[in-house]
Design a protein around this ligand. Structure first.
Ligand SMILES: [Fe+2]
Length: 283
């Protein structure tokens, strides 16, 4: 079920070991706090090919975490999630869970698809992790698209969907002052199939956290088609899974993947920090 090249490209400065058929590779030989241009260029090529890259032992300061993200592009701040803003780092989102705070991202989603220009990349670092459990899964929405019939691909390619925050960042859970109402509430319409601006590869671009409905279909048609797509995209053949250690880092491409936390061992303290890199308007 792979759509990656069968002959992996050669890297001189880094070692790249694929971890699954559809996406994901562990990278060694790179210090994200101190990357020369040639090493960054290899990392970038590996990232486009493998869609999510995993690194161990990256003890990044907040400044180093942001500086690495900025090599990919300008950073976004998140409208709702907690951040290290009080310490001068509003770009660093904090995802923290323990016996009183549940996991925030335990369902399949792509980050921040409810804005007109969703992030191209997310760079997530493990700060505190449980001894077992608390993994994250990713799946290739590009491989999922590829596996559909020509007829289904053609049907989906003409469709657009509304994304908003109503299912995930409810006004009940997120105070009104952080949650603009009415016309101000974040929402965006995106194609159901987007073309990756760097690789030219098509990928599915819907998710149950933020996609409200497909436009131009009756509600029951939209619900049924989205449900089919979510089941299809969640198949294990399109996925990979990563076990975090302290100072592990994952860098993923939001334009051709989705992901979820695995909320086992949920009472144990887990703290992750993320920066997201601005992206294009999906097309
Ligand atoms: Fe996420």
């Amino acid at each position: 079920m792979t759509d990656r090249p069968t002959e992996p490209r050669e890297y001189r400065r880094i070692q790249v070991r694929p971890v699954a058929g559809a996406l994901g590779a562990e990278v060694s030989g790179a210090d994200l706090a101190d990357l020369d241009d040639a090493t960054f260029a290899e990392l970038h090529a590996a990232w486009l090919e493998h869609q999510v890259l995993f690194f161990r032992d990256q003890d990044l300061s907040p400044e180093q975490h942001k500086a690495f993200g900025r090599r990919l592009g300008p950073l976004q701040t998140h409208p709702f999630l907690a951040s290290r803003g009080a310490e001068g780092h509003p770009e660093i989102v904090v995802l923290e869970s323990d016996e009183t705070r549940p996991y925030l991202a335990a369902g399949w989603h792509t980050d921040v698809t409810f804005v007109e220009r969703p992030p191209m990349a997310s760079v997530l670092r493990a700060v505190e992790v449980p001894a077992w459990g608390g993994d994250t899964m990713w799946a290739s929405t590009r491989a999922a698209y590829q596996a559909l019939s020509d007829t289904m691909q053609r049907l989906l390619s003409g469709l657009a969907a509304l994304h908003d925050t109503s299912k995930t960042f409810s006004r009940r859970a997120y105070p009104a002052e952080r949650h603009p109402e009415g016309d101000e509430a974040p929402r965006a319409v995106h194609p159901v199939v987007r073309t990756h601006p760097e690789t030219g590869r098509p990928a599915l671009f819907v998710n149950p956290a933020f996609t409200r409905r497909i436009q131009g279909l009756r509600r029951s048609e939209s619900d049924a088609l989205l449900e089919f797509l979510y089941q299809h995209m969640a198949q294990p053949e399109f996925s990979c899974r990563f076990h975090w250690e302290k100072n592990s880092v994952a860098i993923w491409d939001n334009r051709c993947t989705w992901h979820r936390a695995v909320a086992d061992n949920a009472a144990a303290h887990r703290r992750m920090e993320r920066v997201t890199v601005e992206g294009d308007r999906p097309a």
